[in-house]
Design a protein around this ligand. Structure first.
Ligand SMILES: *Cc1c(COP(=O)(O)O)cnc(C)c1O
Length: 494
C-alpha cells in the first residue's frame, strides 16, 4: 500500500510513501496530507468473519490492509498489546471492559412511533478518559516498535489545551527511545486536565507550562518546526491530529460499532460524531469508502460551527482567533478543521491540483466556496449527499438540556462533547437505521458543566478520586521559543 499527498494525488509522484515512512511524519513535503493511493475494500465474507473477533484482532485485520510493510505477526502482537481490558479499564459499572468500546442502547422507541434506535458507543475508557486514547495508545506501541527496529530515537514536541497532550503522554510514558515535550498554557487548563498531565513522574515526559494562551504555545511549535536544522538535530516529531496512523486506528471502532449494532451485513447504521478537527469523522468516511454499510455520517459541532456551515452550504470559511469561542465542549473549539482536506480530496475526485489551489485560498482568502453559485470555486456541494454527510450544531444551553435529559431518561451521565453529539443525532435519527453516537469523553473530565446541568458531581472512575492532590511535575516558562529550545537540547543531550 502506497500513500499519496492530497496536493499531488498520483502514486507516481515523489511524495508516494509506505505506512512506516509516514508513521513518524506530519504533512507531506508539498504541504498536503497523506492518504492511501486507493482504499482497501472489505468483502461481505470478511465482515461476517469479523463479527466473532476480539477488538484487538479486528484492529489487526483492518490495520494490516494499510500497514502492509509491517510483518503480520508483529502487527498482531502490537494490536493485542494495545487493546486490552487493562488499558481500557475505565468502563462504566456494568460494562464489559474487554469489549474496549462497549455499545449502549439508549432508546429503541425514540419518537414514540418506534423503530428509531439511538445508541452510544463508549470510546473513552482508556487512561485519559477521552477517545484520543483509542489511536494514541496504538501510536505509542507502533512508534516504539519502529524506532527500536531502526535503533532510532524521537522527541515529540507539541502543544495542548487539554485532551491531546494527556493522551500523547499516557501513550508514550516509559517508551524506549521516545521523549515528550508538551507545551500547555499556564493555569488555563481545568484542574483535572493539568493534574492528569502533571502528575506523571516518568523521566521521558516533560511538561512545560507557558505563561500565555494556547495560541502562544502553538506559535512556538510552528516556530520550531520551521527551524529545520534544530528539528533534524533534535529528532523532533509530532503526534497531531493529521497523523495518518491516528486516523486509521480510528477506522477500527466504526467497524466495531457496526458489527455490534447489526446481525447481518445488509443492515445499515448511521454515526453522529462530535467534531472539531475532523479527525474522528474522517475515519468514518474512510470506513465507508472501504465498504462498511454506513448510511449517514453526521458531524456535530458546538458554537464553533465551521463544519456545520460547510455541510449546510458548501462554503468553508475558517474563523479568526477572535471569532473562535471558548465553550463548555472545549476540545471542539477550533478555527479550522485540520483533517478536512482529506475529505475534500475525495470529494474533488482526487484532483490534487484543485485541492492545492483551494487550500492556498484558505491561507490567502480565509476559505473557499463549493456551492456552485456564480463566482464560487466549484459545484461539488451537490455531491456531498453521495458521501452520506450531514451536520448539526449545539450550544451551551443544548448541552445542559441534553445532559439532563439523558440522565433522566436513560440514567447515564454523558460529557459535554457527547451531549453535542446526542443533541444533533436526535435531529437525524431515521426509522430502521440504528444511530450510533460516539462518546468522545467521560463526564468526569468536564465536571464543571455536569455540576451546572445536574447539580451533582460526575462520578469519577476508580483511581481518579484524588488526582488533583498528587504531586505535580512541570516547568513554568515565558512564551520564548529560544528558552524552550535550550530546555529541549539540555534534556535530549543532542
Ligand atoms: C479531540 C476531541 C473531539 C474532536 O475530535 P476531532 O477528531 O478533532 O474532530 C471531540 N471530543 C473530545 C472529547 C475530544 O477530545
Amino acid at each position: 500500500m502506497q500513500y499519496v499527498s492530497t496536493r499531488s494525488g498520483t502514486v507516481h509522484s515523489s511524495a508516494s510513501q509506505s505506512f512506516s515512512e509516514i508513521l513518524l511524519g506530519g504533512l507531506a513535503p508539498d504541504g498536503g496530507l497523506y492518504l492511501p493511493a486507493e482504499y482497501p475494500q472489505v468483502t461481505g465474507e470478511e465482515l461476517s468473519a469479523w463479527r466473532k473477533l476480539s477488538y484487538a484482532d479486528l484492529a489487526f485485520e483492518i490495520l494490516k490492509k494499510f500497514a502492509t510493510d509491517i510483518p503480520a505477526a508483529d502487527l498482531k502482537a502490537i494490536t493485542r498489546k494495545t487493546y486490552t481490558a487493562a488499558v481500557y479499564r475505565n468502563a462504566r459499572a456494568g460494562d464489559d471492559a474487554s469489549q474496549i468500546t462497549p455499545l449502549h442502547v439508549l432508546d429503541e422507541q425514540l419518537g414514540r412511533g418506534g423503530g428509531k434506535t439511538l445508541m452510544l458507543q463508549a470510546l473513552s475508557n482508556g487512561p485519559t478518559l477521552a477517545f484520543k486514547d483509542m489511536a494514541m495508545q496504538l501510536l505509542g506501541n507502533l512508534f516504539e516498535y519502529t524506532l527500536s527496529k531502526n535503533n532510532a530515537e524521537l522527541n515529540i514536541f507539541g502543544a495542548t489545551s487539554g485532551d491531546t497532550g494527556s493522551a500523547a503522554e499516557y501513550a508514550m510514558r516509559g517508551k524506549k527511545g521516545i521523549r515528550v515535550f508538551m507545551l500547555s498554557p499556564h493555569k488555563k487548563m481545568s484542574a483535572f486536565q493539568s493534574a492528569q498531565m502533571f502528575s506523571l513522574q516518568d523521566p521521558n515526559i516533560f511538561n512545560i507550562a507557558i505563561v500565555g494562551v494556547f495560541d502562544d504555545c502553538q506559535d512556538m511549535v510552528k516556530a520550531v518546526s520551521n527551524d529545520l536544522e534544530f528539528k533534524v538535530r533534535q529528532k523532533i516529531g509530532t503526534v497531531n491530529s493529521i497523523n495518518w496512523a491516528r486516523v486509521v486506528a480510528q477506522v477500527v471502532y466504526y467497524f466495531r460499532g457496526y458489527l455490534l449494532a447489526t446481525t447481518s451485513n445488509d443492515q445499515k447504521v448511521s454515526f453522529t460524531v462530535p467534531s472539531g478537527n475532523f479527525g474522528n469523522i474522517c475515519a468514518g468516511h474512510i470506513a465507508r469508502m472501504m465498504g462498511l454499510p454506513i448510511d449517514k455520517l453526521i458531524a456535530a459541532t458546538n458554537e464553533n460551527d465551521v463544519l456545520d456551515e460547510f455541510f449546510r452550504t458548501g462554503v468553508y470559511r475558517v474563523r479568526k482567533s477572535a471569532e473562535t469561542y471558548h465553550t463548555s465542549s472545549p476540545s471542539m473549539d477550533i478555527s479550522k478543521a485540520s483533517n478536512f482536506e482529506r475529505f475534500i480530496f475525495d470529494l474533488l475526485d482526487r484532483d490534487g491540483d484543485r485541492v492545492r489551489a483551494l487550500f492556498q485560498k484558505v491561507e490567502t482568502h480565509g476559505g473557499f466556496d463549493l456551492s456552485g453559485k456564480p463566482g464560487s470555486d466549484g459545484d461539488e456541494f451537490v455531491k456531498i449527499a453521495q458521501y452520506g454527510f450531514l451536520s448539526g450544531k449545539s450550544t451551551h444551553q443544548d448541552r445542559l438540556d441534553t445532559i439532563r435529559e439523558v440522565q433522566d431518561e436513560y440514567d447515564i451521565t454523558i460529557d459535554t462533547h457527547t451531549a453535542d453529539g446526542v443533541k444533533v443525532a436526535r435531529e437525524h435519527v431515521a426509522p430502521g437505521v440504528p444511530m450510533i453516537v460516539l462518546e468522545t469523553a467521560l463526564a468526569a473530565k468536564f465536571n464543571e458543566t455536569i455540576l451546572e446541568a445536574l447539580g451533582t458531581d460526575a462520578e469519577r472512575p476508580a483511581g481518579f478520586e484524588n488526582i488533583e492532590d498528587l504531586p505535580q511535575h512541570f516547568e513554568v516558562m515565558p512564551a520564548d521559543v529560544e528558552l524552550v529550545k535550550v530546555f529541549i537540547a539540555k534534556h535530549t543531550g543532542l
